[in-house]
Ligand binder design. Structure first.
Ligand code: HEM
Length: 643
């Protein structure tokens, strides 16, 4: 009876619904279930008013929960084949493997190194307009930094390094052997540091499927498994382990060890710099401290077992810091603070979870510790769109403002500046040598006290317009590249939708004129100059930088929607954060370690007990360290109203 009534109900409802929704979504809505159509109508009505972030926290969370549900239903697209094999017994693999295999019991390869990037939106083929408008024109006129725009006190260079540290855990495209060359058109050539440059195509691999015919491979394991320090394969892992008491190699000065050629020994050193290397070193220290603690508690654990448990614990500490410390500073509003903490602890909160354990489903008890992983019917991967919204090179400054950590602290615990070191001198092998001179504490404190760049137009570092890229082993590739121009090209080459289609794909109202994107008169003039009146041609990267930001957000709303679905997925689809987030897998001591570490400051305090006491005034290690600590707000977070 219900089954016969439903289709006619749906057909009746659709024309009525169309009256209330933007014409661009009629097709998408036609594919939704009746309930989802209603849910879409709710968020779409709120979007038309542009007010979700100004709603009381509880309503804002409801809006985000509905959005996340719709994206989980309609924006997770598999690329490549889903093997139909015998399921393995997760008990045979109670640890993270070197290449990320054997996490999903129904699909042993899911999330492993060398698998396809998934998609959130269907590919939008752009082969005929790879050079339209010219990427070097876009980079020169709209992206290149004129004068640094920073994020004020909100976000510091530790935060910029942190996200690069995460990128090195999650994603990297496999390249082809065929080269492409881009030439600067006359109109901008005099302003381009490189008049032409060559780079390797992204490797395109047939998927064997009709809808998404080709895909690209991720050389890193997309699981949140600490592969930036452990590597994404057995060979790399072997290089970083000591094979004694489960520990990883580290130098006596607390920094990464270097090989005979001066390259850092770590899980992933490609296109890296001293800031990332410092964080890698910190988490190697963390891993080794976990090994010590476990060995003391459980004397019969051997090297292999200690390594496996310590990796689980360290990876979970990293994921937790990212979720409830880094992201909370990036999206500094009460609604997101409540939302991110709910992802980890559930709305019942930390105190409840610490006392009673995980109770209820994802909403009440949080994603971490769920009884079963949930991949929403799509094998786990990170996506092309995810890579594109993480193109955040504008976070990087032009130089590192080195501080004197032997001086007496000034106002708000600030150390005096001594030297300015060009960022280009801190990358790769050169950067490792410089870091050895600078030392861990001075590097960390200097990064802590320096604001990072803002994700805005005209803020892409010029030193990245003539940079030497590296191969997968961190060795220099002879050809220099113009990174902002290359990034514009990459999104097109990888068939990632341009800005307006990207928004449509995410059920966000598209722009119809430049004024919908930004209030900046000069930006409108230059957008017009580069793209004419055709807002459909706007490149994603440019749109993300130009978009008016929500108050407190360091990223655009468009990028945030990808975060909303993928940040959840990284935890929810992983059995080591769900069914295996238990004492049996982590050990009692190990689980306690994760549960009692709340933020990056806790990790710094563990290894450098004097550092934050002397030099950090702020509450979070990701805000500029001389910022005032967060003020106490007596109103419970769920009852707050943004102002
Ligand atoms: C010293 C600092 C950095 C250097 C030298 C650097 C350099 C590079 C280079 C050469 C590429 C490859 C470009 C290509 O061939 O497509 C790349 C890719 C990328 N970088 Fe950076 N980068 C740095 C910092 C950052 C930061 C702070 C972020 C922030 C999230 C970031 C995010 C990315 C992403 C998402 C990609 C694309 C990866 C892929 O294609 O799979 N990078 N970077």
């Amino acid at each position: 009876m219900f089954a016969t009534v439903m289709p006619s109900l749906k057909a009746l409802f659709l024309p009525l619904l169309h009256k209330f929704i933007h014409t661009d979504f009629h097709e998408a809505v036609a594919r939704m279930t009746l309930i989802d159509r209603l849910l879409f109508l709710i968020i779409h009505s709120i979007d038309k008013l542009g007010i979700w972030h100004r709603l009381p926290v509880i309503l804002g969370l409801l809006y985000l929960a509905i959005r996340r549900h719709l994206h989980e239903e309609y924006n997770l697209l598999n690329v490549g084949k889903t093997p139909v094999g015998v399921r393995f017994n997760p008990a045979d693999f109670p640890f993270r493997t070197a290449d990320g295999k054997f996490n999903d019991p129904f699909n042993e390869g899911a999330g492993s190194a060398g698998t396809f990037f998934g998609r959130n939106i269907l590919p939008v083929e752009q082969k005929s307009k790879l050079l339209r408008p010219d990427p070097m024109v876009v980079a020169t006129k709209l992206l290149a930094r004129r004068e640094l725009i920073n994020t004020g006190k909100q976000f510091n260079v530790v935060a910029a390094s942190w996200i690069q540290f995460m990128i090195h855990d999650w994603i990297d495209h496999l390249e082809d052997t065929q080269q492409i060359e881009l030439n600067a058109p006359k109109e901008v050539a005099s302003l381009c540091p490189l008049k032409s440059f060559k780079f390797y195509k992204t490797k395109e691999v047939p998927t064997g499927f009709y809808e998404i015919k080709n895909g690209h491979l991720n050389t890193r394991t997309p699981w949140w498994d600490g592969s930036a320090i452990y590597g994404s394969n057995a060979e790399k892992l072997k290089k970083v382990r000591t094979f004694k008491d489960g520990k990883l190699k580290i130098s006596e000065d607390g920094l990464l060890l270097q090989d005979q050629d001066g390259y850092a020994i770590s899980g992933d050193v490609r296109n890296s710099w001293a800031g990332v290397s410092t964080l890698q070193a910190l988490f190697v220290q963390e891993h080794n401290a976990v090994c010590d603690a476990l060995k003391k508690e459980y004397q019969d654990l051997d090297d292999e077992e200690l390594y496996h448990h310590a990796r689980l614990v360290t990876s979970a500490v990293i994921a937790k810091i990212h979720t409830i410390d880094w992201t909370v500073e990036l999206l500094k509003t009460d609604t997101l603070r409540a939302g991110m903490r709910a992802n980890w602890y559930g709305v019942l909160g930390k105190r409840f979870k610490d006392t009673f354990g995980h109770v209820g489903g994802a909403a009440l008890g949080g994603l971490v510790g769920l009884k079963k992983p949930n991949n929403h019917g799509v094998p786990y991967s990170l996506t092309e769109e995810f890579v594109s919204v993480y193109r955040m090179h504008s976070l990087l400054p032009d130089y590192l403002d080195l501080r004197d950590v032997n001086a007496k602290p000034g106002p708000n615990k600030s150390p005096p500046s001594t030297d300015k070191v060009d960022m280009s001198d801190l990358i790769g092998r050169k950067g490792e040598a410089a870091l050895s001179e600078i030392g861990f504490t001075r590097q960390m404190v200097s990064m802590g006290h320096q604001a990072c760049g803002a994700l805005e137009l005209w803020n892409y570092p010029l030193w990245l317009r003539d940079v030497i890229p590296q191969d997968i082993d961190g060795q220099d590739i002879p050809e220099h590249v113009d990174l902002p121009a290359l990034e514009v090209y990459r999104d097109r080459e990888r068939s990632v939708a341009r800005y307006n289609d990207f928004r449509r794909g995410l059920l966000l109202i598209p722009i119809s004129k430049w004024e919908d994107l930004t209030d900046d008169k000069e930006a409108i003039t230059v957008l017009h100059d580069v793209y004419g009146n055709d807002v459909e041609e706007l490149d994603l990267l440019v749109g993300l930088m130009a978009e008016k930001k929500i108050k407190g957000f360091a990223i655009s709303e468009t990028a945030f929607i990808i975060f909303l679905v993928m940040a959840t997925r990284r935890l929810e689809a992983d059995r080591f954060f769900t069914s295996n987030f238990n004492e049996e897998t982590y050990t009692k001591k190990g689980l306690e370690w994760v549960n009692t570490t709340e933020n990056l400051k806790d990790v710094l305090d563990r290894h450098y007990p004097k550092m934050t006491k002397t030099w950090m005034n702020s509450t979070s290690a990701f805000t500029v360290w001389d910022a005032p600590p967060d003020a106490h707000n007596p109103i419970p977070i769920y009852l707050r109203v943004p102002h």
